[in-house]
Design a protein around this ligand. Sequence first.
Ligand SMILES: C[S@@+](CC[C@H](N)C(=O)[O-])C[C@H]1O[C@@H](n2cnc3c(N)ncnc32)[C@H](O)[C@@H]1O
Length: 199
Amino acid sequence: MDSKTVAKYDSDAESFIADWMSQPPVMLRRLIINNFTPKSKILDIGSGSGRDVAWMTEAQFNAEGVDASKGLLSAARLKYPHAVFRYDTLPALANTLSAAYDHALCSAVLMHLPRGEIPAAVANIVRVVACGGKIICSVRPSRELTEREADDRLFTDINLDDLAAMFRANSCNVLDAQSTFAAGTDRIWHTLVLEKISS
Ligand SMILES: C[S@@+](CC[C@H](N)C(=O)[O-])C[C@H]1O[C@@H](n2cnc3c(N)ncnc32)[C@H](O)[C@@H]1O
């Protein structure tokens, strides 16, 4: 875990939430509907504002979130009091049992980890999903010349092929891999859809 990144989310939770609430993730929602089984149990890893847990709950999924930022967890619990938001952190996901979820979402989180922690984080994302489950994972590169942006958040540069190889090494098939620009912006996002094929 990168403590400077988490500290930034803790201290500026409200302004990050306002920003995220103004940008519903249209493409991710389409991927969720197309890949996650209706009514299934889903873990949103790095759930932030809780926006996606709330949306998945409305869409009849049984979703809950974990996050490393206690500030964001408090805000999400206040905003969505009927949803479950737990403290847990990548890379270990030590508070989450193996195979406890049908599917997992990990949107815009892995790039916040130091490079050396990413393989273990991938292994633990796969670990908490049941065999046959799908995982949707997105990352973005830094928008500045360095991996640590001016606001102190870490954006480790992750190559989509390398990330796909890490999931393959953890018993996953890659169902979809795409690099796309967020609607109306020059901001690129790399997204994988994976299926866990064995334990
Ligand atoms: C860019 S936000 C994305 C939030 C949400 N998934 C979304 O797509 O709007 C990154 C989130 O990852 C969380 N995070 C950062 N490092 C983490 C770690 N090591 N373990 C778990 N969550 C982490 C942050 O607290 C924050 O909520």
